[in-house]
Design a protein around this ligand. Structure first.
Ligand code: PHE
Length: 355
């Protein structure tokens, strides 16, 4: 009953269009397909598989992530709306169980007739999408062997890299990474690649990850330092780069930060929109996540839906730095936080204006 009350609160306070809910009895998993907005076109967003603390947490995550996709697509200039799907599993599934779940989930996506398109997200891979594609055409990012564009992670990382350079240029007067310290929080498919790119560019890298083994392995390879997860927030650095789950920046955590810039790949880094104001009050430059982490859609959606070639994708990734620079200036001109300036840019696109 308590859970039901939570469901009512989450959906009742959401401004999105619809949520498709399925309970997948064979795997005891909940499927939530959250369509936030189709104002600019069919909703699109990745599918996340995760073990949540409660089913309501999963629904909350899906609805919030879907809203993030709406503004991401708008700022990217794509004719797609925002959506996201969450597979709330009792444990990360493998083998036949996983295939069974993805097959049934694909049928749920197919039943929406193209109002929702999906791709990879946390704990899902091009192989899962290949399987889905047997039952449902609405997928971006199948494996290259199956005719898709493949893994988006390296492209998301490259976009974030360009965005970090633009952020450093604005905050410290130079985009150069030599001698700068970047703390990468979470070294999964995007964070690990980002750490490599930053190390190659001469930055000093600090790594933190819930898996001590994964952190140690990458740190050894890159000559980076390792920071314990509990120390991630207060570790002094130039750039704090959240690259794991969202919601790490809040009224409680922002006072503890000791960095000049927050710029990472995670979706929904802020617990609430007001946290962008808190960062700006502390003199920390925040690179809005949905602007910075659009590299994955530039790659998968750009190539598969818009017919882009690799050179066009590269230009779009570099353009992330330019879009951020515009947002930073707008924030200064209008005396609003960078988060609000990015939101305003997204809203103007959603309302069909240009600015
Ligand atoms: N996981 C991607 C993101 O958060 C979403 C995505 C990838 C959507 C690929 C469509 C295709 O931006």
């Amino acid at each position: 009953m308590q859970e039901l009350g939570e469901f009512e609160r989450v959906i009742g306070s959401w401004e999105g269009e619809q949520v498709l809910v399925r309970f997948d009895a064979p795997t005891e998993s909940w499927i939530f397909i959250c369509i936030h907005s189709r104002r600019l076109g069919p909703a699109a967003g990745g599918t996340r598989m995760k073990v949540y603390g409660s089913t309501a947490d999963a629904l909350r995550d899906g609805t919030r992530l879907a809203a993030g996709m709406t503004v991401k697509m708008a700022v990217a200039g794509f004719s797609f709306g925002g959506g996201k799907a969450v597979l709330a599993v009792p444990a990360l599934l493998e083998g036949e169980e996983r295939e069974g779940l993805f097959g049934r989930y694909a049928e749920a996506v197919a039943s929406l007739g193209g109002s929702f398109w999906t791709g990879c997200d946390m704990n899902t891979t091009p192989a899962d999408l290949d399987l889905m594609a047997e039952r449902c055409p609405y997928v971006f990012g199948r494996s290259v062997a199956s005719g898709g564009s493949g893994e988006p992670g390296p492209f998301t990382a490259r976009g974030v890299f360009h965005g970090i350079r633009a952020s450093l240029a604005h905050a410290l007067g130079s985009p150069a990474l030599e001698g700068r310290t970047v703390l990468v929080q979470g070294v999964g498919s995007v964070g690990a690649r980002l750490a490599e790119l930053l190390a190659e560019a001469g930055a000093r890298i600090l790594i933190t990850d819930l898996s001590a083994e994964r952190a140690a392995e990458l740190a050894e390879r890159l000559g980076a330092g390792v920071v314990q997860p509990e120390q991630a927030l207060e570790t002094e650095c130039d750039v704090h780069a959240p690259c794991a789950t969202g919601g790490t920046l809040s009224v409680d955590t922002i006072p503890r930060l000791r960095c000049r810039v927050v710029a990472g790949s995670a979706n929904n880094q802020l617990a609430t929109p007001a946290d962008a104001d808190r960062l700006s009050e502390r003199g920390i430059l925040y690179a809005p996540d949905f602007v910075l982490n659009a590299g994955g859609i530039f790659f998968n959606v750009g190539i598969e839906a818009l017919g882009w070639d690799e050179a066009r994708v590269e230009r779009a990734l570099e353009g992330i730095g330019d879009t951020l620079a515009e947002i930073f200036l707008r924030s200064e001109d209008e005396g609003i936080s960078t988060g609000r300036a990015a939101q305003a840019l997204a809203e103007s696109r959603l309302e069909g204006r240009n600015g």
